[in-house]
Design a protein around this ligand. Structure first.
Ligand SMILES: *Cc1c(COP(=O)(O)O)cnc(C)c1O
Length: 482
């Protein structure tokens, strides 16, 4: 009798095991491709109905049901109700479709399952990650002392940056070793500053770091949704006078809602004046660096002490893929701790680099491979075209809305997000979004100036002006019918 997939556990050099591996991948591929019948983003299924069907799948049978049966349940119940991120009808969040070659990269990552903590768990992977980090440091204008690490996402990069910058500040200013002694007595006075529309990960980080939300000063933004520099300086100056210790300013290069980019040079000057460090959260906007036409919009990003990059947003790589870069490699020492079983100092002296010493994570994915493969394959020009398309679509969409009396669009996009509202009012806008969702088109919703706003985040390079035109028409029709 022929062996089935159920007779194998792991891959090996035997032809039978290789054949089982191929069968699993081939049949998965067929199931994926078979599930794509049109270009809508979502089946529109009611959440209660979906919960009921998922509930019927069960949890852990005593006797395994085998590959064929399991794949049938995946094909019939799960895949049809997955969100199809590649659809031109999907545009609510900073959540992108994945470049085709990067999906194939994931197969390599999972097959070898290397872990980035120590060299003996990831020889080529460690060297690729180090090489990509060095390249990224150069790309963003950093010098030879810079370093960095891949992380699971922008939130983690931001938290790692906040921790690293806090420890650096406290070491330099107060001569205190946080790693060893914990927070110093002055910790209650520490303050970090972000735009009032910055990502919430900084508040979360402040809590986890033992500083609390109150340690995050929210800086007001101007009409272009960028930090208002004179007001920011005034707030920080006053805090200093009152005895607070401003240790970090965060500039956002691409705010989550508006894509607005803070003035990095002005915030660098402010940071220098008040003796604090500067982090740039470029989770969204970092990809502008690839575009000849748009890279100037990033400003002087190389002036930052640390930079967050997300590859699973505008760079269109699969989740998860992010990096933190630091101008001074010493900043990452806060994550270094030697374990006898993992990263022995004697090995490191002989060139066996253990990346665990630069990271909050221990076991960690080889996400750098996706960056290597897509960067090499497409080059800076290929990525530049992808970014230019997204930016161009946003400005086309904005110009259409601005010319139409039915809509208001308060902030001109610098990146690829457009926030707007139909003049029909909050309830109309809410209902338009819900009605689109039920028909398989997913758009975003947020609040601006106390009003419900709709939001498009245009990351998909396959999106055309015709898609945008027809979506505007549908929104007008839906609103008129309400
Ligand atoms: C998305 C985003 C984050 C969070 O990144 P994750 O990868 O979702 O953790 C942080 N900052 C900004 C500006 C973002 O847009």
């Amino acid at each position: 009798m022929q062996a089935t997939l159920d007779d194998f556990t792991v891959l090996s050099s035997s032809p039978e095991a290789k054949e089982a591996f191929r069968k699993a991948i081939d049949e998965t591929l067929d199931a994926i491709l078979g599930s794509i019948e049109d270009d809508s983003a979502f089946s529109g299924i009611d959440p209660y109905e979906l919960r009921k069907r998922i509930g019927e799948l069960g949890f852990l049978p005593d006797a395994g049901k085998g590959w064929e049966d399991t794949m049938r349940s995946v094909r019939e119940t799960i895949l049809p109700n997955m969100l199809r991120t590649w659809s031109p009808s999907y545009m609510p969040h900073l959540h992108s479709p994945a470049l085709i070659e990067s999906i194939a990269s994931e197969l390599i990552i999972a097959t070898y399952n290397n872990s980035m903590d120590s060299w003996d768990q990831s020889p080529a992977a460690t060297e690729i990650e180090e090489s990509m980090i060095r390249g990224l440091c150069r790309l963003f204008g950093y010098g030879e002392d810079a370093d960095g690490s891949f992380t699971s996402g922008g939130s983690q990069s931001n938290m790692a940056a906040a921790i690293a910058m806090r420890d650096l500040y406290i070491e330099r200013r107060l001569g205190w070793d946080v790693k060893k002694r914990g927070l110093p007595p002055e910790a209650r006075k520490l303050r970090m500053y972000t735009s009032e529309i910055a990502h919430f990960s900084f508040q979360k980080s402040a809590h986890i770091m033992g500083l609390g939300y109150d340690a995050v000063g929210l800086l007001p933004v101007d009409s272009k949704a960028r930090i208002d520099i004179p007001k920011a300086r005034e707030i920080i100056r006053r805090d200093r006078e009152e005895g607070y210790l401003p240790f970090l300013i965060v500039a956002t290069a691409g705010t989550t809602d508006f894509g607005s980019i803070d003035d990095i040079k002005a915030l660098r000057d402010t940071a220098d004046e008040y003796g604090c460090l500067l982090h740039v959260d470029a989770a969204y906007g970092s990809a502008l660096i690839m575009s000849q036409r748009c890279r100037d919009r990033l400003g002087r990003i190389e002036l930052a002490d640390s930079i967050t990059i997300d590859f699973h947003k505008m760079f269109l790589l699969p989740i998860s893929c992010s990096a933190l870069l630091v101008k001074d490699r010493h900043a990452l020492d806060c994550f270094l701790i030697h374990a006898d079983y993992l990263n022995r100092e004697e090995d490191e002296e002989d060139g066996y680099i253990n990346l665990v010493g630069k990271s909050m994570q221990t076991t960690r994915r080889f996400d750098a491979l996706k960056v290597y493969i897509s960067f090499r394959m497409r080059g800076r020009d290929g990525f530049g075209r992808i970014i230019d398309t997204a930016v161009d679509n946003a400005s086309y969409f904005y110009s259409r809305l601005s010319a139409d009396d039915d809509f208001v669009a308060p902030v001109e996009p610098e990146l690829s997000s457009v926030v707007f509202a139909h003049r029909g009012g909050d309830e109309t806008n809410r209902r338009v979004r819900r009605s689109l969702l039920e028909s398989g088109t997913v758009i975003g919703q947020t609040v601006y100036d106390g009003r419900v706003m709709l939001k498009f985040t245009l990351l998909n390079p396959a999106l055309t002006h015709e898609h945008i035109d027809s979506l505007i028409d549908r929104i007008k029709d839906l609103a008129a019918a309400m």
